[in-house]
Design a protein around this ligand. Structure first.
Ligand code: BGP
Length: 484
């Protein structure tokens, strides 16, 4: 059983360090709206939600969303009222470069993000800028999207453009948001736009290309901008924590470790380990599975020597997004067999939830704070003492103003952060709540809400109202302690 949490835990007396980043997050497609005004180009989320509303739980889209394109000043006031000293938001690629390419810049887009950055500065908030949070320009999807080699140069150009254009105002960059979720779903199981089903192929290619682009962008920043701008670059990695289903079964223990490598390690091992390449266990498994399918080459692509050099060590901090754990057991012949060539098949594992874990409105999300603490230890063991910024963590519900579920989620997850800092000397320098606002939650539309602030989506003015969790977070930040 997973350790349970208690309100009497003496660690509630611990305090956050004086220099700690308390942050909230949003992402362009999820909040901005203004999808086709002021020169913005079409992206894969515009196209997919317009052409296939049936993929979205409430058939909605981000055409208007929170209307943050017009209301960003109000958003930043909300962030300020919480007392946060960091705000994570993302740039919309197609708002800046409508076709995806740097030969045509949309000056209104540049003006908009400059205004957002200036507003952060005026309010004493450090921007943490995600350059790419899934909203790929449609013209780049039309040439094959992220699984296509051709997209790498465009992506590197876009990263370069972002550094050049906004770098004097940005000290913390995230190149990619959750490349795992993006590649796994967008080009694997179809769970994100452009909803392509190509598991075990499209997802591996997508990952390969975004890692190449990330590595090149990091090197380019060091050469062209670092001396002048002095910014830090990281990636935001999604990770569950994986408990072995039966901790007394060595096969399950090994399987849990293996699936960690297939999820977080897939992206983090190349960047943060000394290998500069995919986790060896992943290489071994996908190569063997490909061979058994009679393929002449592995479905997991290979980096060149030069790419390995670029990718290895291509980050100054570790961005970590955590929501939930899962149980892992080793696949046995009596289990329902995953499709040949799928990642679960490649890894030979079966995933499940412990039925005792607290559920939420989202069928994918269970509340297990202990997994957060375990994950920090796993990251430290694998990648050493690198600075960690938690770039997302949050709880979904129906959008109630009295959101006790969310308050509790934050209470116990932030307790794990305190424990990690004080007891395990894990170098966590910031924590980001997902999300500042209720927003468009991808294929969950406006059904699942993660906001500290309620947004009235029936009101053309999109009125924002702080929830109970906002008051909780505010008090926590003011005292640097977790409120009772
Ligand atoms: C993360 C994304 C966020 C946010 C959150 C909630 O994976 O980076 O953009 O959406 O998850 O997830 P969902 O909307 O899938 O419930």
């Amino acid at each position: 059983a997973t350790p349970t949490h208690s309100p009497d835990d003496p660690d509630f007396n611990l305090q956050f360090p004086e220099k700690f980043f308390f942050s909230t997050a949003t992402a362009s497609y999820q909040i901005e709206g203004a999808w086709n005004v002021s020169g913005k180009g079409e992206n894969i989320w515009d196209r997919t939600t317009h052409e296939h509303p049936e993929l979205v739980l409430d058939r909605s889209n981000g055409d208007v969303a929170c209307d943050s394109y017009h209301k960003y000043k109000e958003d930043i006031q909300l962030a300020r009222q919480l007392g946060t000293n960091m705000y994570r938001f993302s740039l919309s690629w197609s708002r800046l470069l409508p076709t995806g390419a740097i030969d045509k810049v949309n000056e209104d887009g540049v003006r908009y993000y400059n205004a957002v950055l200036d507003e952060c500065k005026e309010n004493g908030i450090e921007p943490l800028v995600t350059i790419f949070h899934w909203d790929l320009p449609q013209p780049l999807q039309d040439i094959g999207g992220l699984p296509s080699d051709a997209v790498v140069d465009y992506m590197v150009d876009y990263f370069d453009f972002a550094f050049k254009t906004f770098g004097s105002k940005v000290k913390y960059w995230v190149t990619l948001n959750e490349p795992y979720s993006m590649c796994n779903e967008a080009y694997g199981n179809g769970g994100k736009a452009p909803a392509i089903h190509a598991e075990g192929r499209g997802d591996y290619l997508c990952a390969h290309n975004v890692l190449r682009a990330h590595g090149r962008a990091y090197r380019l920043y060091q050469k062209k901008y670092k001396a002048q701008q002095g910014g830090k670059i990281g990636m935001s990695s999604y990770s569950d924590f994986f408990y072995p289903k039966d901790p007394n079964n060595p096969n399950d223990v090994v399987a849990a470790e293996r699936w960690h490598q297939f999820q977080l390690g897939w992206f983090a091992h190349p960047v943060y380990s000394k290998d500069g390449d995919y986790p060896p266990i992943m290489r071994q498994h996908v190569d063997a599975a490909s061979k058994s399918q009679g393929l002449a080459r592995s479905r997991l692509p290979t980096f060149t020597e030069e790419e390995i050099k670029e990718i290895r060590g291509s980050a100054d901090f570790f961005g970590l997004n955590y929501y939930r754990p899962q149980l892992v057991s080793a696949l046995t012949p009596s289990d329902v067999q995953p499709p040949i060539g799928s990642k679960l098949g490649d890894a030979q594992v079966v995933l499940s939830f412990d039925p005792t874990w607290e559920k939420t409105i989202a069928d994918w999300l269970v509340v297990v704070p202990d997994g957060f603490g375990q994950l920090f230890k796993w990251v430290q063991k694998e990648y050493g003492d690198i600075e960690i910024i938690i770039t997302e963590n949050g709880y979904p519900d129906g959008g109630e103003l009295v959101d006790d579920g969310r308050v509790n989620y934050y209470r116990y997850h932030l307790l794990e952060v305190l424990k990690a800092i004080h007891h395990n000397k894990i170098n966590i320098i910031g924590y980001t709540a997902w999300s500042l606002l209720d927003n468009y939650e991808w294929f969950y539309g406006y059904v699942h809400k993660f906001g500290l602030h309620h947004v009235d989506f029936n009101d053309p003015n999109r009125t924002r109202t702080p929830k109970k969790s906002a008051a909780f977070y505010k008090k926590l930040i003011a005292t640097r302690k977790i409120p009772k």
